[in-house]
Design a protein around this ligand. Structure first.
Ligand SMILES: [Zn+2]
Length: 87
């Protein structure tokens, strides 16, 4: 579908600018200080790909590693959507 604003498609979903820069290929994202990663469990960290809008400063982070996403599903609590449709 065309026109959906998505950082991964190069357009900022907040301000609409097409000035999105990706840190997906920077060398330090899974470096020794885990500066660009989030903890999944005591023994597991997931490296993040960051997308930054150079117009408004919005940052979006994505976990690129599919196996880490599966770990999140197994270990984290799901946030239930409050749609009210399943009452
Ligand atoms: Zn923006």
């Amino acid at each position: 579908m065309q026109g959906v604003m998505n950082m991964k498609n190069g357009q900022c979903p907040k301000c609409g600018a097409r000035k999105v820069y990706s840190g997906a290929n920077i060398p330090l994202k899974s470096g020794p200080f885990s500066s660009n990663a989030i903890p999944i469990s005591l023994t597991s960290m997931a490296a993040l790909d960051n997308y930054v809008c150079a117009a408004c400063g919005l940052v979006e982070s994505y976990i690129a590693d599919q196996s880490k996403l599966e770990e999140v599903v197994q270990r984290w609590d799901q946030v239930k959507p409050e749609t009210g449709s399943d009452k």
